[in-house]
Design a protein around this ligand. Structure first.
Ligand code: SF4
Length: 446
């Protein structure tokens, strides 16, 4: 038994929460704590929770209960932690509760209950920090919180208003990640396109040069690092058109993850979202004219309070007309605290599920058709994993890790993180098959 303080860590929730976990883990390692994989070995356990929908709340409460049963000394952080009274009422014995994005408060709780060992030799941490993603890709969080008030969402209440990071700080972090071997940066925030609004687009400095705190300027600077840059959670503001131009120029990946949520103007207004589906279709057409290789991903909510059969049909019509490449859909979940819960016309659970299944069936055909069109084309793929002798799992610019399908590359011996030129040889509803065009060792890389 050593006297090194040992911490267990449970990380739940979305990519933004994962970034919070990575920051806390980095701090723990930097301060000489050992991060261990079992409750038995740990002196204390941190649970990073999610509070987005009811199912996530239940999962988080179950994780806290398990950590208390198995270990007994638990610090709770994350989105559910913003509702400390819920946790304190159910688990009065937890050592501390903090909200999301509260690295300092979590570390203060750890110091109070498990003092760090002073040993300067332990202050050795990998250059890119501790990450929960594979070595070759990383999430890059550029802001926290959100200024919108979508009626189905409690994130602004949990995470507060938009707070953008200094552009120089974001770029320095990105540079460190790329130097540490990251070949794909996934830019995230609650609302990526709003980056810098709260800073009034003030300049920061990177390598002595001014960089404006605006998403287009930040994307251009990130694109100069040589890694793939993928933009997630892009709210459909007018200036998204400028981002699509950067995609056409090859500065960032031609991949736009733009949550649209619905297509019926009345439902969109009730959601407090931009409400002109016809305009949205025209914009999608124009984005595709600007950047023909653009991949579009979106998310939608079905069964929002008051959604009629006609309004749901309008959503299906929109999907058929838009021909999006990938779609995620959710049945409306009346998460506690969401303004939409007060709206009349709650849709019965069975109807929500039936609509969800119909939407997914319609979109599955569209997605399959769009994947089929790629058979016979050539693309660059990044290898994510070895799946067997000569079989690699990879992705092209059109596939985001952990969200979209994969490309099964046959006859390939490249290592994870390498880029390979491939020809797409087949497609099913979600994934693609491919063969390499050139030996992996001669494919271009970062
Ligand atoms: S933009 Fe996103 S995070 Fe902000 S309120 Fe709407 S759904 Fe929530």
């Amino acid at each position: 038994m050593t006297d090194i303080p040992r911490v267990g860590f449970v990380s739940l929730g979305c990519a933004k929460a994962t970034v919070d976990s990575e920051r806390i883990l980095t701090r723990l390692r930097a301060e000489g704590y050992e991060v261990v994989g079992s409750y038995d070995e740990a002196h204390l356990v941190i649970v990073n929770t999610c509070g987005f929908i009811d199912a996530a709340v239940e999962e988080s409460l179950a994780a806290i209960a398990e950590a208390l049963d198995e270990n007994g000394r638990v610090v709770v952080t994350g989105c559910l932690g913003a509702r400390a009274e819920v946790i304190r009422e159910r688990f009065p014995q937890v050592l501390a509760v903090t909200g999301p994005h509260a690295e300092e408060a979590v570390m203060a709780a750890v110091h109070a209950h498990l003092p760090r060992r002073h040993d300067p030799r332990l202050d050795l941490v990998p250059a890119g920090g501790i990450r929960l993603t594979p070595r070759h890709y990383a999430w890059l969080k550029i802001s926290e919180g959100c200024n919108h008030r979508c009626t189905f969402c409690i994130i602004p209440a949990l995470r507060g208003p938009l707070v953008s990071r200094d552009p120089g700080e974001v770029l320095a972090e990105a540079e460190t990640l790329v130097r540490a071997g990251v070949r794909e940066l996934m830019v995230i925030a609650q609302d990526t396109a709003a980056y810098g609004v709260d800073r009034r687009y003030r300049h920061g400095f990177w390598n002595g040069r001014p960089v404006r705190a605006r998403i287009t300027d930040l994307a251009r600077a990130l694109g100069s690092l040589g890694a793939w840059v993928r933009l997630h959670y892009v709210y459909p503001y007018p200036h998204v058109d400028e981002l699509v131009e950067l995609m056409a120029e090859g500065v960032v990946l031609p991949y736009l993850d733009v949550p649209l949520q619905h297509a019926s103007p009345r439902i969109l207004r009730a959601m407090r979202r931009p409400a002109d589906a016809g305009d949205m279709l025209r914009r999608i057409e124009s984005w595709r004219r600007t950047c023909p290789e653009l991949t579009l991903r979106s998310t939608f909510i079905v069964g929002f309070p008051g959604e009629t059969a006609q309004e749901f049909d309008a959503l299906l019509e929109f999907l058929r007309a838009a021909g999006l490449d990938r779609v995620g859909a959710f049945a409306y979940s009346p998460v506690e605290g969401a303004a939409a819960n007060a709206l009349p016309g709650a849709v019965p659970e069975a109807v929500k599920q039936e609509r969800l299944e119909r939407l997914m069936a319609v979109q599955a055909e569209i997605s399959a058709r769009r994947l089929q069109r790629r058979v016979g084309t050539r693309t660059t793929a990044i290898v994510d994993a070895v799946a067997g002798d000569g079989l690699r799992l990879g992705r092209s610019p059109a596939e985001a890790p952990e969200i979209d399908g994969v490309i099964r590359i046959h006859g390939c011996d490249a290592a994870p993180g390498e880029r390979v030129e491939v020809e797409i040889t087949g497609a099913d509803a979600h994934d693609l098959e491919a063969r390499p065009l050139v030996p992996a060792s001669t494919a271009p890389g970062v």
